[in-house]
Design a protein. Structure first.
Lengths: 388, 261
């Protein structure tokens, strides 16, 4: 019985196509908005359940949020009475007049009011530097690098700390606070940690035993200690061992601590990228006559950093939020200024703290999401280079 | 000692100059305890084309990688164009400028365009300005017959095209010697020919070439001498007609019987 069947299969095996098949458009269910819905939200029973669950979560959280931040919010007033349910006889949401009144404190800390234009100047210079450097089709980006890494740090330092000789009244860093401190600490950490981390990562993979062990010791030691401890050591312990006039400024100590801490993490991130580069790339570079530093700069690092962009940005985002820990050595970053302001009796109401924290959350969210989006765009741009 | 002595008499009457391009004397190399190269002696004349074959693990790749110091050797001497390879970085740089290398897996730089792959070393090692460097690169890309791919990235090319770019990249440095480490082993069968044709053209121009390959057709057509290696030693070296028609050593006979059917 199988005999006849087998014969049939054999004859069908010999086949010559008579007519070419032209390509046809896909079925309608695969394309358009409906196709997208089916494909992405409703493809399996589990996916359908997840979609419903998340829709419910949104339906619960978003109206609450909108109600608190906008609908029930208080928009004007001069003290706590405006935001008290017992006085206003209505449901009270966010207390915006509190934020409005304390906003200068959140931004500048205790920086002298007459000198705050200098902080504004710093913000503008920094913004110009960032846009110039990160906007890939901006003109003269080589100058942007000089501006960002050489002009900006010096100019900012003079502008913010003051220089009596040119008529800028010196401002002690204990008066700095709020967004100013957060931005200064974060930018120094971000700018210092990548080059230092790259050097440490290269050191850790070096063939020279001294360089390698120094890098390993530094990385493992710094990574093995909590950031709070590093800051505490820098802020409180160091002055105990040093004469007062030799001991550097408190903010500087915290900056150094954070920058070194971030560098150790960055070193491991970069090392992961270096390990992803095949040996053939090194050999190809050596065979055309490139020496170590040229090979690293032109061949290895561009590829290694590209694959680690998500991790580098991840470290940056962590660093940005970790700057809040400087409060432990008595430095007033944004979160700390909000902490101080929310217990001010003038504005003490049940909603003041929540409002203050909402401001902090929005601030950090905007910056971190910005970094994340930029990194995504960067990855997409670089991915064009090596389509396979 | 190896059996690769008395070279001169075995050469084809090709247009060789008498200058010695590479001289390897009593070369020994170990990976840990493993003795990978054993008493290698080989003299290569300028313009000579040598094909090195042998079973996998016989040390043939390791040997040619010693010639541009991608591998260090522990004993013996290697002279390349009169320069002895030691730990001296300056000498290594000089040798690498004289010696071009083509790898099994191309080792092109994926983040650079084909043109940038070719101009990179000219600009950074030879300190040539960009415009003349690009001229040189385009000249060699034309020679390997892919000038139209200059602005693409390596990942957008076929394997055969990538290998031809790799050859052009090496030629840009105007080397006196070219090393080929299994240049067609990673290619799809239909792309082997285009790469071999490029290499044959190079041989016609009088380039000194050391080629590790299993392409016996290429060896017959191009080589002045075939060197057969096994277990880290040179087992037999001879002109191709002799080598294929009358192999002397038992291991050569066995190897040939396995690859020629």
């Amino acid at each position: 019985m199988t005999m006849a069947k087998g014969d049939l299969v054999v004859t069908e095996l010999a086949f010559v196509r008579q007519a070419n098949i032209a390509p046809r458009p896909p079925p309608a269910a695969m394309t358009g908005a409906l196709g997208w819905l089916r494909e992405n939200l409703l493809s399996t029973p589990f996916n359908i359940a997840l979609t419903i669950l998340i829709a419910l979560l949104f339906a619960w959280a978003i109206p609450e949020l909108v109600k608190f931040l906008l609908i029930d919010a208080v928009w004007s007033g001069s003290d706590r009475d405006a935001c008290l349910e017992s006085v206003q006889h209505r449901e009270i949401g966010a207390c915006w007049p509190f934020v409005w009144e304390r906003l200068p404190y959140f931004v500048y800390g205790s920086y002298p009011i007459s000198e705050r234009w200098r902080v504004d100047g710093f913000f503008v210079m920094l913004a110009i530097g960032i846009v110039w450097l990160l906007w890939l089709s901006a003109p003269r980006r080589d100058l942007a690098a000089v501006y960002f890494f050489m002009v900006l740090p010096v100019a900012s330092f003079i502008l913010l700390t003051g220089w009596a000789a040119i008529g800028l009244q010196p401002v002690d860093t204990v008066l700095w606070g709020g967004v100013l401190v957060t931005i200064v600490v974060a930018s120094v950490g971000i700018v210092v940690s990548l080059p230092l981390g790259i050097l440490l990562a290269l050191g850790r993979r070096s063939h020279m035993p001294v360089v390698r062990s120094l890098s390993v010791i530094f990385i493992e030691f710094v990574r093995g200690v909590p950031l709070v401890t590093v800051l505490f050591m820098a802020g409180v312990m160091l002055p105990l061992f040093m004469p007062e006039q030799l001991s550097p400024d408190k903010l500087v100590r915290a900056l150094v601590g954070i920058a070194l801490f971030a560098s150790a993490y960055m070193a491991e991130v970069v090392r992961a990228g270096l390990q992803a580069i095949p040996k053939g790339q090194y050999e190809g570079a050596m065979a055309v006559g490139l020496r170590y530093w040229l090979m690293m700069r032109l061949i290895v690092l561009p590829q290694a950093l590209k694959v680690t962009i998500p991790n580098i940005v991840n470290t940056y985002i962590g660093l940005f939020k970790d700057t809040t820990l400087v409060f432990i050595v008595g430095i007033f970053d944004l979160l700390r200024t909000i902490e101080v302001a929310r217990i001010d009796p003038k504005w003490a109401t049940p909603v003041t703290s929540t409002t203050g924290y909402a401001v902090a959350a929005i601030f950090y969210l905007v910056f971190c999401y910005g970094m994340s989006r930029y990194a995504r765009a960067m990855e997409a741009r670089l991915a064009k280079g090596d389509r396979r | 000692m190896s059996s690769a002595g008395n070279h001169g008499s075995l050469l084809k009457p090709a247009k060789l100059n008498t200058a010695i391009a590479i001289e390897i004397t009593d070369l020994n190399k170990w990976y840990g305890d493993f003795h990978v190269l054993r008493d290698i002696n080989l003299k290569v004349l300028g313009g000579e084309r040598i094909v090195i074959c042998g079973p996998s693990g016989s040390g043939k790749s390791t040997m040619i990688r010693c010639i541009n110091r991608l591998e260090e050797h522990q004993a013996g001497r290697i002279l390349v164009d009169g320069l002895e390879l030691t730990a001296d970085l300056k000498k290594i740089d000089e040798v690498r400028r004289e010696v071009g290398m083509v790898f099994q897996h191309f080792n092109l730089f994926p983040h650079l365009t084909v043109l940038d792959n070719c101009t990179l070393a000219l600009i950074w090692v030879r300190k040539m300005p960009k415009a003349p460097a690009e001229e040189v690169a385009l000249h060699y890309l034309e020679r390997v017959k892919i000038p139209e791919q200059a602005n693409k990235y390596p990942g957008q090319l076929s394997g055969g095209q990538q290998q031809r770019v790799a050859i052009a990249r090496a030629l840009c440095m105007n080397p006196k010697i070219m090393l080929f480490d299994e240049p067609t082993s990673a290619l799809d069968p239909e792309m082997v020919k285009e790469v071999l044709d490029t290499m044959v053209a190079l041989a016609h121009d009088g380039m000194t070439m050391l080629v590790v390959t299993h392409e016996m057709g290429f060896a017959r057509q191009v080589a002045n001498r075939i060197v057969f290696m096994d277990e880290g030693q040179i087992v037999e070296a001879n002109a191709p007609e002799e080598f294929f028609a009358r192999p002397k050593h038992e291991r050569t006979k066995l190897f040939l019987s396995q690859i020629l059917r």
